[in-house]
Write a protein of this length. Structure first.
Length: 451
């Protein structure tokens, strides 16, 4: 073991301790960055790391929830997991997780390593830690400025998968399922058609995707989430098989589903979260965790914050559904949750300029991949579209799917006062909001003080 590794280990542990005392919010990546500057091969030098006991969870959507679920299941089972629960999923975050789970000799103190891994950086981390278990939730359009086209991400993931790897893939998502052809072993999970499934009519806004095997159009027998559901390719037969772990008898009212002969609870009863539960179930069972332990873990699992929140302001109940802008699937899932509420409601949509890095841009393609018609027909008494850059684009998308222009208000601004004053005019006290997290936080603070 090199002196460089020990220097990296001790300095980063000291940095993590100091950060915890004075700036806890910086502790997710900074110690890892320090360690990597001292020893760029830090991960490969940690003693006791076993690829056979290492799991990477990656994909466009659902990796944080799936990782947190798995960590909770392992804890219930008495298995100590080194896991990046804070969601720091780049190589620096992986290093921080190992720093917190190694002793002063540089030896791992956990039974397994469970890492949420950014799909672009997984091949880089895999070079130092060749995990033999990789769970892929889905590969969808997302953050085009960073990721480009989904095929680019697929090729990055495929480069880390070989005959030594077992992949756990969403069998209802064509891109993820196709990665199984690269692996030594494939475990699939999926969800039956259920009460929340939907179909798409063949109109201008309906889109499908090419088969990743023969490149002909995919046919979805049902959509459980946008572009995820039981599917088949008419040309080559890809898909159309029941998954190894299949959720059946899904009951969103009772919050239960069946896999095999056992019924499981799922506290966060939406189609989006259901796939996370079934993915975690597949991983846990393959790692030998008893079904009863998994069932008990699902009952008391508490998800990470910031996904779905509710505040009270001026007699109004404002329900915020966090979504990843630039990502059609998370937007569609949020729209479906709102549409499932038959009561009168106000819908607020605040998309905006993307300021990830220069050059900033205002692409709104993700809303055109979504279907707003169920929302439009779900008793929306007023829609408020606000944004400093794309308020009119969002409003047009509502109009294209038949929303009554008399009930539509466009606010080309991000000013909290203007937005909250418009909301205060609404008699309806049932409000749903889709926007950026930071915008929700500023709106919530202003609304609580001024409505």
């Amino acid at each position: 073991m090199s002196l460089r590794f020990y220097a990296a280990l001790y300095v980063s542990k000291l940095a993590a301790w100091g950060i915890k005392l004075i700036a806890k919010e910086r502790g997710t990546n900074l110690p890892g960055s320090i360690a990597l500057k001292i020893d760029p091969q830090f991960i490969s030098h940690v003693k006791g790391l076993e690829p056979a006991k290492t799991i990477f969870v990656t994909g466009t959507n659902g990796k944080s929830t799936t990782t947190n679920l798995m960590a909770h299941v392992f804890k219930k089972a008495g298995i100590k997991a080194a896991v990046n629960l804070a969601g720091a999923n780049l190589i620096g975050g992986a290093v921080v997780t190992l720093i917190h789970n190694t002793d002063l000799s540089g030896r791992l103190t956990a039974d397994v390593v469970l890492l949420e891994t950014d799909e672009r950086f997984l091949p880089i981390i895999h070079k130092q830690l060749p995990a033999q278990h990789i769970c892929v939730t889905n590969i969808q359009k997302d953050q085009v400025q960073r990721n480009g086209e989904p095929d680019i991400i697929w090729n990055k993931l495929a480069s880390a998968i070989d005959e030594n790897v077992t992949v756990y893939v969403n069998g209802d998502e064509p891109n993820a399922l196709a990665l199984g052809n690269k692996a030594g072993r494939k475990v699939t999970y999926g969800v039956d058609r259920n009460s929340s499934s939907f179909d798409k009519t063949d109109d201008f806004f309906s889109v499908t995707m090419p088969c990743p095997v023969c490149h002909e159009p995919i046919t979805f027998d049902a959509y459980n989430i946008d572009n995820i559901g039981p599917f088949h390719c008419k040309a080559c037969g890809f898909g159309a098989k029941e998954n190894d772990y299949q959720a059946k008898n899904v009951d969103f009212a009772l919050k239960t589903f069946d896999v095999g002969s056992r019924q499981y609870d799922f506290k966060y009863s939406t189609p989006y979260f259901l796939y996370c539960y079934v993915a975690a179930l597949a991983l846990a069972r393959e790692f030998g965790v008893d079904e009863k332990v998994i069932s008990e873990a699902f009952k008391d699992f508490v998800n990470i914050g910031g996904r779905m929140e509710e505040i009270q302001a001026g007699g109004k109940s404002i329900k915020y559904l966090r979504m990843k802008q630039e990502n059609p699937e998370t937007v569609q899932s949020a729209l479906n949750v709102i549409a499932d509420d038959p009561s009168e409601k106000v819908f607020m949509l605040g998309l905006d300029e993307l300021v990830d890095f220069d050059p900033h841009y205002t692409n709104t393609f993700y809303t055109f991949d979504c279907d707003f018609r169920r929302l439009v027909k779900s008793n929306v008494s007023k829609c408020i579209c606000f944004s400093g850059t794309v308020a009119y684009d969002a409003a047009l998308r509502m109009l294209y799917d038949g929303f009554d222009p008399e009930k539509l208000v466009v606010l080309p601004t991000n000013d909290d006062k203007t937005i909250v004053e418009e909301l205060a005019k609404c008699e309806c006290d049932n409000v749903y909001l889709i926007t950026w997290l930071h915008k929700f936080e500023s709106l919530a603070e202003y609304a609580k003080a001024n409505i």
